[in-house]
Design a protein around this ligand. Structure first.
Ligand code: LLP
Length: 429
């Protein structure tokens, strides 16, 4: 459980990460700019590792939340595996040197090409394909047979529980496109005899993202436990792994998400006995946001203040193409100045902070009260932008994507250069 200013703190009025003031970086590299704190990733990762230490476990970072190579290397060096969902993400994992036995491949629409890529990864092939339909399994079987291989598989079970989060990021209901029902799991298991290219390793589950209560997970884990108890009677070999997915929420404003110790307690409650009795069984989790969300901020400069009768618009140089979450989910991100100056603005009007893109959805904060009103030329930080920030960015309005910077051990390093105009037209005729 992380919070917006846990890894970014004010010291003598200046916002810093790991003792490096952010304003000097913004002046040197320009804005908009993503800045990450290495401790922001490592602290929750290490807490999870410690809480799960009694189990044969693997934390697979959901790299869709932040897929920068330096971040992947940082986590892989700590022993993290990766949960990925495309050939492109698998390529990134390879470039970051992630070991084959630490990779799971999720997603409803893997192509035969991506399956080949996964089976060929580092010669041995990845740890598991989390398969979401009988058709997908049939294609994977054909691909594996054609390569003279057996594909390791976990079936993704849809437990039909309401994760009580934003509907766009709810994945565990029957009406969602994800996973298969208990009846379908049993049907698939019956067809395994005709699939020599498939090695069933386990069951996976993922009910949604930004979960703020453990109770939907409690329901889902309960249903998963029932399912595996039943399955063990049908299977010749024991299941080797359970993948419990990701989804733990973080604090963006004043939410109180589940703590890591309570999350671990829930895993113990449902699976502790099984795991103790069968030490060969591995438990996987796929956290994304809870490791990356509060490890990053998006820094932007105030361009203009535009006055309306009852409110002001503050126009900044970051936009929805750089950070899509507020436009797509109306999500809340705290916005703070990089310098807490003594300046007292006479302006007490409500303020909306918006970007330059030509859409009214390009809005980071709607009618907010700011105790410190930033002025033109000031820098602000949009907090909790480490997860699904850069990774969902685009070049809409032909805006080159921002640079990314990692702060570690008191130093900062550019881990992705700012895109140029030439990058924008690369490959075009
Ligand atoms: N595993 C699977 C199979 C997933 O689909 C996801 C996220 C995760 C793990 C990681 O979930 P996390 O621990 O980060 O909650 N763009 C949205 C979030 C989409 C999540 C998609 N799946 C956002 O900005 O809120």
């Amino acid at each position: 459980m992380t919070s917006p200013l846990q890894f970014f703190k004010y010291s003598r009025g200046a916002l810093q990460a790991e003792n490096v003031p952010l304003e000097s970086i913004a002046r040197e590299l320009g804005t908009p700019l993503y800045v990450y704190s290495a401790n922001g990733f490592l602290t929750p990762f290490r807490e999870l590792q410690e809480e799960l230490i009694e189990f044969n476990h693997l934390i697979c970072f959901a790299l869709k939340s932040n897929s920068n190579l330096s971040i992947l290397r940082l986590l892989a060096q700590e022993g993290s595996g990766m949960d990925l969902v495309s050939g492109g993400e698998l390529y990134r994992a390879e470039m970051a040197g992630v070991r084959a036995e630490n990779i799971v491949f999720s997603g409803v629409g893997k192509t035969a090409e991506e399956m080949k890529q996964g089976l060929a990864y580092q010669g041995t092939g990845i740890y598991s394909f989390n398969v979401e339909s009988l058709q997908e399994l049939t294609v994977l079987n054909q691909v594996a047979v054609s390569m003279n291989r057996r594909a390791p598989v976990a079936l993704r079970f849809n437990p039909d529980v309401n994760a009580k989060t934003h509907p766009y990021i709810s994945t565990g209901l029957k009406k969602n496109k994800f996973g298969i029902s208990k009846a379908e799991v049993l049907e698939v298991i019956r067809s395994l005899d005709q699939m020599p290219g498939i090695h069933l390793k386990g069951i996976s589950i993922h009910i949604g993202s930004q979960l703020l209560s453990l109770s939907p997970l409690d329901d889902a884990f309960g249903k998963l436990r029932e399912l595996i108890d039943e399955l063990q009677q049908h299977l010749k070999n024991r299941l080797e792994m359970l993948d419990l997915g990701g989804g733990l929420g973080i604090t963006y404003k004043d939410e109180v998400p589940p703590s890591i110790p309570n999350y671990a307690k829930l895993i113990r409650k449902h699976f502790g006995k099984q795991l103790k009795q069968h030490p060969g069984m591995r438990i996987l989790i796929e956290p994304g946001r809870s490791l990356s969300g509060n490890a990053g901020v998006l820094i932007s400069k105030v361009l203009y203040r535009k006055k309306r009768r009852n409110k002001d618009f503050l126009i900044i140089d970051a936009a929805m193409n750089d950070l899509l979450r507020p436009a797509l989910y109306e999500s809340y991100h705290e916005i703070v100045p990089l310098q807490q100056g003594p300046r007292k603005s006479k302006n007490s009007a409500k303020t909306s902070i918006v970007g330059p893109v030509c859409e009214s959805a390009d809005c980071f904060a709607n009618d907010r009260d700011f105790s410190l009103q930033p002025d033109c030329g000031d820098f602000v930080a949009i907090l909790s932008a480490g997860a699904y920030g850069f990774s969902m960015s685009s070049t809409y309005n032909s805006r080159p994507r921002p640079a990314e910077v990692l702060i570690q051990n008191g130093e900062f390093k550019v881990i992705r250069k700012r895109e140029t105009w030439a990058d924008l037209i690369r490959g075009e005729d």
